[in-house]
Design a protein around this ligand. Structure first.
Ligand code: HEM
Length: 207
């Protein structure tokens, strides 16, 4: 058996730059978003400052997300986000078993990282939902709140603005939770740090 470390180049420069900016923006948006949500005069970030920083970070996030979307549309990276339909549930089951049981029994990963398969099935589905549903949704609802005059006035008896606000907060909280889980799963690599290093130098390390 070969115990040498294998290095595969998986994260192109543009993905690394996008990801770094995106992570910093998300942390800023979460800190200011929570501060707006639970505002009181004594919070760490002043309400007015939190609103301004949140709005500016949201605008930069829109640009950054557009870069990700266009990048994935026109480069080979987009192919990693296409989920093969055949055998979907069986693959998810195998990966779920690995994360809950197999991993702790030191079994081999059912979907080792290769150039063709950068993401395992659970990771792929999470990234697709995150990047093609939740993030665009939080961005669009954010714009709806920034320009309330363009937001639908009422929807089946509810205020359009209240609904937009509710959806924005729901998506924001969901993204925050996924981000925590994402960071935890990133520690399951060759070493607890190796996946974080990959996002800096572009190379994935495996056994
Ligand atoms: C401090 C916060 C974060 C850290 C430390 C972090 C860390 C990482 C690491 C180490 C990877 C490479 C391993 C892998 O593919 O799983 C990665 C990939 C990725 N992360 Fe994060 N992440 C953070 C925040 C976020 C946020 C907020 C999002 C989205 C809203 C995100 C979306 C992604 C995506 C889509 C990939 C795969 C990119 C690709 O190769 O196409 N991450 N992250």
């Amino acid at each position: 058996m070969n115990h040498q470390t294998e290095r595969i180049y998986l994260y192109p420069v543009w993905i690394r730059i996008w990801h770094m900016i995106n992570a910093l923006l998300c942390l800023t948006l979460i800190a200011t978003g929570l501060s707006i949500q639970f505002s009181n005069p004594d919070t760490v970030i002043k309400f007015k400052t939190a609103v301004s920083v949140h709005n500016i970070a949201g605008i930069i996030m829109t640009i950054s997300y557009t870069c990700f979307f266009v990048g994935n549309l026109f480069t080979a990276n987009g192919a990693y986000y296409v989920i093969p339909v055949k055998g979907y549930f069986l693959r998810m089951k195998k990966q779920f078993y690995y994360y809950t049981i197999g991993l702790f029994k030191k079994e081999k990963a059912p979907f080792p990282v290769t150039e063709e398969n950068k993401f395992n099935p659970l990771q792929q589905s999470t990234y697709v939902v995150l990047m093609y549903a939740l993030v665009p949704f939080v961005v669009l609802s954010g714009w709806g709140l920034l320009y309330p005059e363009v937001t639908v006035k009422s929807f089946v008896g509810f205020s359009g603005l209240d609904l937009t606000d509710l959806f924005h907060i729901f998506a924001g909280f969901t993204i925050s939770i996924i981000m925590c889980v994402h960071i935890y799963f990133c520690t399951i690599g060759k070493s607890p740090w190796s996946n974080f290093k990959s996002m800096l130098n572009g190379f994935h390390e495996s056994h």
